[in-house]
Design a protein. Structure first.
Length: 95
């Protein structure tokens, strides 16, 4: 949880659901994730765990839909926590 706003340095926040939109491989995903809103400047901040869970769900939807664009595959890899070097190693091993 934030104790000070990185934008205006205020220390007053209100917990709320914050809209997050991801557009990946031509597909748009929207969710409302737990977060905080600065009471002074209105900036919103997401809870890291909730945002990571949203990214995992987006990656699953992309994979289930068979989306294979470079952007989508990169997003899926990152959401799964697989480093790019591991993918290059696997690619070389199967060539």
């Amino acid at each position: 949880m934030l104790t000070q706003c990185p934008n205006c340095h205020a220390m007053r926040f209100k917990g709320r659901l914050v809209e997050k939109v991801r557009v990946v491989g031509g597909h748009r995903f929207r969710a409302f994730v737990p977060g905080q809103e600065c009471q002074q400047c209105g900036d919103s901040f997401y809870e890291i765990a909730a945002l990571a869970r949203f990214d995992q769900l987006v990656a699953k939807e992309l994979a289930d839909a068979g989306v294979r664009s470079g952007e989508a595959l990169r997003f899926i890899r990152k959401a799964a926590g697989v480093p790019a070097t591991a993918v290059r190693t696997i690619d070389r091993a199967t060539s």
